[in-house]
Write a protein that binds this ligand. Sequence first.
Ligand code: ATP
Length: 393
Amino acid sequence: MRRINLPKKQRNILKIVGELAKKMNYFAYLVGGPVRDLLLGRTSQDIDIVCIGDVRKLAKRFSNEINGKLIYHHDFPNATVKFKGGKIDFVTARSEKYPKNKVGLPKVKKTNDIVVDLKRRDFTFNAIACDLLPDCFGNLLDPFGGLNDCYKRLIRILHPDSFREDPTRIFRAIRFMMELDFSLEHDTEKYLKRDLKYTRKLTHDRLWKEIKLCLKNGASILKLLKNYRVLDVLDLNFPDDSFLERVDIGAVQFGVNFVNTYIISLCENKNLNSLGFDNKFKQQMDYLRKIDNKRLRNVEIIHELLYLEDYSLLYLFGKYPENSIIIENLFDNRGELKCELSGKDIKKMGIKEGPEIGKIMSKIIEKRWIGKISNKKDEEEFVIKYIVVGNDS
Ligand code: ATP
């Protein structure tokens, strides 16, 4: 029987879980990501515990014991206990049965067999359980050869229909290739290629959630998604190298998260209404589609640029290198691009209430954008000149 040495901090807390489970005649196992990460010598933030027994009672006893904060979840009987220095997710051991011949969510049932719970998992290295009961504390249950695959750094599905049943696993496989530096086992690669088409059947929410998790790893994962034809199958655009390089640089320079920037680029050729994005994101994409190099040089563009979120500006920075200075300027000076004079102030200076006040304020912002106005006094002088000359020159 293989055993695992848990780090001291985790060991003490997990021993408490195991002792309580024993007293209650339950079983408790550490499973999934944390076991895999320990085997690979990686630090894992998550602690996921599978319980055979009443998971809520176990979580409650544990929470009382360590003075934690207990949160019940309403889906499957699951609970989380938060405590100083971490949190533990407690889940009930379950089996999953997927609908035949279509992509959809599985029927979930409670089980008393840990192997049945492990069998529903994505890859062999995520299907290893570590026993927490005192007499067998640290013993590994590895019914699918996950340990061996960990050593060989191989991603292996548990059965040939795994990707068809849940095509999010295709994204997970590609993400783990990148994050763990693993390769696809021969048959797993064959089935992944065969079942790529099922990614089209995922709901928008599930699809974009997985793509976002992938994109957190930066541009290199886009190359993997392209090489495995995931982008082709989903009819997504592969951003060109110069865009990717510039987005990398801009993300660091402006301190902006690039995930949404990549998504905008992936969807460049798509109909905005076919993507399932929320209105705000759709609107950002709509603004961006109306901007090009020529319009970027027009001073009036500032009013549109001011509506853009950081990730959208990063997109423009990547897409229009000829005008990158405009975007740099915007990141640096956005705070100053507002009118210090209020509508009331302008009215007091002699302009009649109405749309003209808004027009003057817009002009002031444009003048600030090109550096012709930099303070309130300049604004006042501009308004006086406007009244006298009758235009904005
Ligand atoms: P990470 O947190 O680094 O992404 P993880 O493996 O802990 O890795 P989670 O998404 O938290 O990822 O999943 C926890 C566990 O649940 C996994 O280790 C795996 O056993 C199982 N799991 C997650 N998603 C799936 C899936 N789509 N199909 C089957 N099992 C899954």
